[in-house]
Design a protein around this ligand. Structure first.
Ligand code: GTP
Length: 415
């Protein structure tokens, strides 16, 4: 865009020029003297093409004249719109007594032109030296002025007193003001109109407007892409959020799995850990009773040995189910390891824990096991006396050991 602007600015103005060439043969032409206004000046053609004529002026009227007139009206009835041209060049020859001649470019405009009254066409006029006609006289349209006599004769309003070239219907050559007597030959070969397609001003305007349009288009494109990126980012964020949710769920799943004993589905040691700390904290803060029931299947080794490990596993699962069904919703049951289970009882004193252990012992004893026959379990019960989970566990383990010692299938409490 910048390079294009530079190129447009440095390109020679001529490249933007448009030209139109007129030959007197292309349009009807006519010659006339001043007899109509009482004079005796005459004019006659000197060739068949009507491009060469002789004017003989006689100073017998107020304004002696003779004219050559080219009627440049197209088939559409319109004259030539010269408003886009900046110069008109006349090529021809003139010899005789006169140094100057005048050119009229006669324009129509409904504001002052009366239909069929050719005298109401605006007389844009300029007087030029006859000598330079052979080299081509280039005249700037801007140098034309409107004939004063025409303005007065037609009482033209001030706003229409400037030259106009939008509908020129006659190009006319005449003797100049001070040539009143004598012979003058004219020859007109060619008329050339020339003008810039773009004026320098328009070119600058186009460049500035193009820049503004490009910047605007760029801004709109930028806003559009930013918006698109924003939407994509939001969608990506939402995707991340949902992935995170999924991952959290998965994490939770893994966490739950890590805290669960695979065989029985009960909590494992890791799973019960937080509950133990909560119980300890609660005991420390409010001295709320907190008890443990440890239970261990009796002679499980011989059960395994007799019926096999798989049967042993089934027994462990059945027992876990029975225990789950018979503990309170406020208690926490976990597999401590092997054939050993722990029941953590918040807000439960020693006697309540003992009763619970007794109930479980009795349920286990009565449990129906088709493959092995009945089993029993021994229980050690303890309640928290000092702020130590370790000593609570040791106490209940000690009580369990005593239950085993006392013949198994027993509940022993640690006092
Ligand atoms: N089937 C099965 N057996 C297990 C599992 N974990 C531990 N055991 C077995 O449990 C048995 C425990 O035996 P011991 O510690 O000697 O105790 P016990 O035979 O129950 O004897 P007491 O506790 O003194 O009544 C061992 O033979 C272990 O192999 C398990 O997940 N599945």
């Amino acid at each position: 865009m910048a390079s294009l602007s530079v190129i447009l600015l440095v390109i020679p103005e001529k490249l933007f020029f448009t030209t139109q060439s007129l030959s007197p043969n292309d349009y009807p032409s006519g010659i006339f003297g001043d007899q109509a206004s009482g004079g005796s000046s005459t004019v006659k053609w000197l060739n068949k093409d009507k491009s060469h004529w002789l004017c003989e002026l006689n100073d017998t009227s107020a304004n002696p004249y003779c004219s050559w007139q080219l009627t440049v009206v197209g088939k559409d009835g319109k004259g030539i719109d010269m408003s886009n041209f900046s110069t008109i060049t006349l090529y021809g020859k003139s010899t005789g007594v006169a140094d100057y001649f005048r050119v009229y470019l006669r324009n129509r405009n409904p504001e002052y032109y009366v239909f069929n009254d050719t005298s109401t066409t605006k007389y844009n006029v300029i007087e030029l030296p006859t000598s330079s006609l052979s080299e081509g006289i280039k005249i700037k349209l801007a140098d034309f002025k409107v004939a004063d006599w025409w303005l007065s004769a037609n009482k033209i309003a001030l706003e229409h007193s400037h030259p106009e070239f939008n509908d020129v219907i006659y190009i006319e050559l005449q003797n100049a003001t001070f040539h009143r007597e004598g012979k003058q030959e004219f020859q007109l070969d060619r008329i050339e109109l020339e003008g810039a397609i773009f004026s320098q001003e328009l070119l600058y305007k186009i460049i500035v407007l193009t820049w503004i349009s490009c910047i605007l288009a760029l801004l709109i494109f930028r806003v559009f892409t930013l918006n698109k990126n924003l939407k994509e980012n939001i969608a990506y964020q939402q995707e991340l959020v949902s992935i995170n949710k999924l991952l959290n769920l998965e994490n939770q799943k893994f966490e739950d799995l890590a805290k669960t004993d695979m065989l029985t589905g009960l909590l494992n040691r890791l799973g019960i850990r937080d509950i133990l700390y909560e119980g300890l904290t609660s005991w420390k803060r409010n001295k709320k009773p907190f008890s443990f029931v440890l239970l261990d299947i009796d002679h499980f080794k011989s059960l395994n040995d007799t019926y096999g490990h798989d049967v042993g596993d089934k027994v462990l699962k059945t027992l876990a189910k029975l225990l789950t069904e018979n503990v309170r919703s406020s208690d926490y049951l976990a597999r401590w390891g092997g054939e050993e289970f722990i029941l953590v009882c918040p807000n439960t004193n020693l006697s309540e824990a003992q009763q619970l252990a007794e109930l479980l012992r009795s349920k286990i004893e009565q449990m129906k096991l088709t493959e092995t026959g009945p089993i029993t379990a021994s229980f050690g019960v303890a309640t928290m006396a000092t702020a130590s989970l370790d000593s609570l566990f040791k106490s209940s383990d000690k009580a369990l050991y005593q239950a085993k010692e006392q013949g198994r299938n027993k509940v022993v409490i640690h006092r």
